[in-house]
Design a protein around this ligand. Structure first.
Ligand code: NAD
Length: 534
């Protein structure tokens, strides 16, 4: 006899749709994965809850041992992991090593060395004398099961860093990788298994947004979403039915401000890397450059164009490639549209500007535009491709205004030798992170908070603040003075009201009112029918 659960599973398996994983550099089919349905999603979440029973009981030292094993497994498999990342999302191997592995590995170490300190119970003193007998403990407890919905652009580091943080505080995780990087998602599951984590502590469910939607509708303690603004909006809507709290790490339109004293050659190299690494498909890619007008402005623009021209576009299999393909045809079309619309409105293509026709995959030439303004899509919407747009601006105030004139607020960078001036500008920018004389790298440093404002989302990942997003901040209040009635308890009455009124003046009034307040407080309190201040 077949049970109803088995029947459900059979029905679902029979109708399971498939996602194809495609190498964006060649169009080659890399593999196929199921688009998981309700049965499989519910099952993964149920297993995560079961695993939570035991996992939450471990202490930080015990969980740290798992994370250190995971670190060893990742470093031992580094070549296979980066090969798969390069195959499935197209980035050069150097980028896969630098940007995908450092973050997760450092997170394991940082958590191991710091979690018990950062998550230690905190004692809180109260300032109101009426509450002087109360002790307060703040403890940080696991929430339960965390759903992680991840994008394809950093398909390993983004989910891995969140998973490590969630596990360290005692949560269990269900990961839904992007449909464009499912094989890497599956690899994450394999590495977790190889590191010996108990079954169900991390489950990977493959699928597209329909699978993501099902995950949003299950019993989760929290949902950590990284992806597009549209995706984030939908996820928030879907999660709201069960009041599942969400943290949203969304898109960006990051600006770089170049001050007149910035060294030309070095800054040009820096900006070109910031704009074109990962083929410009980073939420924190430099998409807008504002050069504060100076004597050397033209030289700087020429140096940026020169650096961009030097970049080699090609598949990761050529170790000389600096820029890989973008993820798919849709992305290629979007980038082309942004550039065309800008050119139509008067922008000048200094280099690049179109698809690479000589290569089979989704390659776009590294593109530098000048003569742009804020009426153009390329300065407003996230392009997410290898396009760097430059505006020359007259004053510092105008620069700040232009940078802040964006629906996004993820990161920004300021470049120049006068660090005080750069820092003053940094303080005026409405973003989550400002780097001075560098860009992009902070995502890989687990000690630093990551997250944005406006349409770039909310909540913080990484750092002690990211840990706080993954715990129940529990307050325990202890009062040893049992037996005495509290001043604010029943019964009320005129004397009670006067006592409390006197207390306000006694504790908060000017000196002469303190004196009258003292008498009102004490005398009326003595007349209270029962009890006194605790
Ligand atoms: P996306 O929103 O299309 O997809 C992200 C993930 O969400 C995928 O797993 C997808 O299947 C899932 N998803 C999409 N719609 C969903 C829905 N309605 N319900 C449930 N799940 C859904 O984004 P993408 O194209 O994979 O990623 C690129 C975007 O991510 C860019 O905008 C980029 O800026 C942003 N991003 C932000 C950060 C950050 O830290 N702020 C980091 C990386 C990428």
């Amino acid at each position: 006899m077949v049970s109803s659960t088995e029947k459900e599973k059979e029905i679902e398996t029979a109708k399971t749709a498939i996602i194809q994983s495609i190498n964006p550099a060649t169009g080659e089919l890399l593999g196929e994965c199921p688009i998981m349905g309700k049965f499989q999603v519910d099952q993964a979440v149920e297993q995560a809850w079961k695993a939570f029973d035991e996992w939450q009981l471990l202490n930080y030292g015990q969980r740290a041992r798992y994370l250190l094993k995971l670190r060893r497994v990742i470093s031992q498999n580094a070549d296979a992991i980066t090969e798969l990342i390069s195959q499935e999302v197209g980035k050069p191997r150097s980028e896969a090593y630098a940007a995908e592995l450092n973050g997760p590995l450092d997170t394991c170490v940082w958590l191991t060395e710091n979690a018990d300190r950062l998550l230690k119970d905190q004692m809180v003193q109260l300032s109101n004398p009426l509450l002087s007998t109360k002790q307060n403990v703040i403890s940080f407890e696991p929430l339960g099961v965390i759903g992680v919905i991840a994008p394809w652009n950093y398909p390993f580091s983004i989910p891995m860093m969140t998973i490590a943080m969630a596990l360290m505080v005692g949560n269990t995780v269900v990961l839904k990788p992007s449909e464009k990087s499912s094989l890497i998602g599956i690899k994450i599951g394999e590495l977790i298994n190889e590191a010996g984590f108990p079954p169900g502590v991390v489950s990977v469910i493959t699928g597209d947004r329909s699978t993501g939607k099902l995950l949003c509708e299950t019993r989760l303690s929290k949902l950590v979403f990284t992806g597009s603004v549209e995706g984030g909006r939908k996820v928030m809507e879907q999660a709201s039915a069960n009041l599942i709290p969400v943290s949203l790490e969304l898109g960006g339109k990051d600006a770089a401000i170049v001050l007149p004293d910035a060294p030309i050659e070095w800054t040009a190299k820096a900006l070109v890397w910031g704009a074109f690494t990962n083929a410009g498909q980073a939420c924190a890619s430099i998409e807008r450059v504002y050069i504060l007008k100076g004597k050397r402005t033209d030289k700087l623009i020429a140096a940026i164009v020169e650096e961009a021209k030097k970049l080699k576009v090609g598949p990761y299999t050529d170790p000389q490639s600096d820029i890989g393909p973008v993820i798919d045809e849709t992305q290629l079309e979007k980038i082309t549209h942004h550039v065309k619309q800008a050119v139509h409105s008067g922008a000048i293509v200094q280099t690049g500007g179109k698809r690479v026709e000589s290569l089979p995959g989704y390659f776009f030439e590294p593109t530098v535009l000048t003569g742009v303004d804020h009426s153009m899509i390329v300065m407003k919407e996230e392009t997410f491709g290898p396009v760097l747009s430059i505006m020359v601006v007259d004053t510092e105030d105008q620069v700040v205004e232009l940078v802040n004139d964006s629906e996004f607020g993820l990161c920004a960078s300021v470049w120049g030798k006068n660090l005080r001036r750069a820092e003053n500008i940094a303080r005026d920018l409405n973003v989550g992170t400002v780097t001075i004389n560098d860009c992009l790298f902070t995502h890989a440093a687990p000690q630093l908070p990551w997250g944005g404002l406006k349409k770039s989302g909310f909540g913080r990942s990484h750092s002690q603040f990211g840990l706080m997003d993954l715990v129940n901040i529990k307050h325990i209040n202890i009062d040893a003075a049992g037996g005495s009635l509290r001043l604010w308890w029943y019964p009320y009455g005129t004397n009670k009201m006067k006592t409390l009124r006197g207390g306000i003046q006694l504790f908060h009034g000017p000196l002469w009112k303190k004196i009258s307040g003292f008498f009102e407080f004490v005398l009326n309190n003595l007349k209270n029918p029962k009890g006194g201040p605790s």
